[in-house]
Design a protein around this ligand. Structure first.
Ligand code: GDP
Ligand code: MG
Length: 197
């Protein structure tokens, strides 16, 4: 059985936890991940809460979904996360909240903070809350990405909507058997929330 790994990154409230929960075929709880850091004097272990869920592709590949903590108090964990959990990831989903003050800054910030993780991997940008704040538009994100020489598709999604989130995951691992434990494979989370890719 082949395994793949997808890491969800982005600011608090962008929808990482919701997205992983809505598509996961197993009950997901926020997992406590042990991250160890070797220092000169001792081996320190810190525990940090991360989201974990799983989907299976139609080619029977298990895709493991991890949500990186977004809180700034965990900023210092990101490098360790990148190295110890995510170093062999197959792709990265960056969730951004369109209703935040400056999504363009968030995009730049997370591209920079996770540059080592993202390098050489498939990146997909999932933008939530366009139901609350319609602009910037997909084309704005595409423009910013091209100015930064970053090659990544942009999809406007509602993180509570499983079909939208499957779209993000499938951009990395290909077609997925849609069998989330939430039992609502095509649940819609609100009117006008899905603006498509
Ligand atoms: N209105 C709206 N709410 C959303 C959307 N996506 C996610 N949410 C909600 O935003 C809140 C924060 O999401 P959460 O998954 O906890 O974000 P996280 O901090 O990135 O893990 C939850 O209450 C979600 O239901 C969206 O597209 N529109
Ligand atoms: Mg969360």
């Amino acid at each position: 059985m082949e395994n793949k790994k997808i890491i969800f990154i982005g600011p608090v409230g962008a929808g990482k936890t919701s997205a992983i929960q809505v598509v996961s075929e197993i009950e997901c709880v926020a997992t406590e991940a042990k991250i160890s850091e070797k220092t000169d004097v001792a081996k320190e272990t810190t525990t940090v809460a991360i989201d974990y869920g799983r989907v299976t592709t139609s080619g029977d590949v298990k895709a493991h979904l991890y949500g990186a903590p977004g809180q700034s108090r965990f900023d210092f964990m990101w490098d360790m996360l990148s190295e110890q959990i995510a170093h062999d990831a197959d792709g990265v989903v960056m969730m951004l909240d369109n209703a935040r003050e400056c999504p363009q800054s968030d995009l730049k910030y997370y591209l920079d903070a996770f540059s080592r993780l993202i390098e050489g991997k498939q990146l997909v940008i999932g933008v939530t809350r366009s139901d609350i704040q319609a602009s910037p538009a997909v084309s704005d994100y595409e423009q910013w990405l091209s100015e930064l020489n970053v090659d990544a598709p942009v999809q406007f999604v509602d993180a509570r909507n499983s079909s939208a989130v499957y779209g993000l995951v499938e951009a990395i691992v290909g077609p997925v058997k849609q069998q989330s434990v939430s039992g609502m494979p095509h649940a819609s989370a609100g009117s006008g929330a899905q603006l498509g890719a």
